[in-house]
Design a protein. Structure first.
Length: 93
C-alpha cells in the first residue's frame, strides 16, 4: 500500500521532451532523406493509387477531418433507461 503514494506528481522522464531533442531528431532524419525527396516519393505512390499514400497526402495537405461524438445515446438494459435516472444540465457551455 505504501507504493501507491508515488503515483502522482512530478516524475523523471514525464512530460514533453525538450525542443532541442525534437530539432536534433528532425535534423538527423533530414540527413538521411531530404524532405523534398520524401514528398516526391510519396507523390509517386499517390499517382500509383496507393490508398495509404493518398490518405497520408490528404491528411498533411488538408488536415484530419473534425471528429464528432454523438452524445445522444440511449442505453437500456432490461428496459432500464439510464437517461431517466441521470439528468444532465445542458445549459452550461
Amino acid at each position: 500500500m505504501e507504493e501507491n503514494k508515488k503515483n502522482g506528481g512530478k516524475r523523471e522522464g514525464a512530460g514533453r521532451k525538450p525542443k532541442i531533442d525534437e530539432i536534433t531528431l528532425i535534423e538527423s532524419m533530414d540527413a538521411v532523406l531530404v524532405p523534398k525527396e520524401a514528398w516526391e516519393k510519396l507523390a509517386v505512390k499517390v499517382k500509383e493509387n496507393d490508398v495509404q499514400a493518398i490518405k497520408t497526402w490528404l491528411s498533411y495537405r488538408y488536415g484530419m477531418p473534425k471528429q464528432t461524438v454523438d452524445n445522444n445515446t440511449n442505453v437500456t438494459v432490461n428496459d432500464f433507461n439510464l437517461k431517466e435516472v441521470i439528468k444532465f444540465d445542458n445549459t452550461k457551455q
